[in-house]
Write a protein that binds this ligand. Sequence first.
Ligand SMILES: [Zn+2]
Length: 127
Amino acid sequence: MKRNRDRSAQLAAGRATLQARKIAAHEAALLCGRVKVNASLLKPDNSYSTPDYVLRGYYLDRPFTCKDCGAAQVWRDTQQKWWYETARGGVWTMATRCRSCRRREQARVAEARRVSLEGREKKKNIK
Ligand SMILES: [Zn+2]
């Protein structure tokens, strides 16, 4: 009788191990070739909800339309990883401009900043 109980416990443990291995293999297959999310590198956010890419565990290419020129664009998974984890952009932000419009916008903002600072310097010198 005791031997029977040991045997069924062994079988149950074996089934649990097999199940765990199956789940691990399934998860590995899902992540195969994916750009994984490292949630510990994301910019802290006080939102109660979690972005879809964090729940999913990996980034997916996201199509978008450039807000300046209207060109159809794709924000690549690798670009998203860089933006969220290296540049530490807000976790809810998303690409809005194509590369050339982004460059143009950066130049416009830099020029506006330069003019503004120049104006403030002139004001200071008048006083
Ligand atoms: Zn554009």
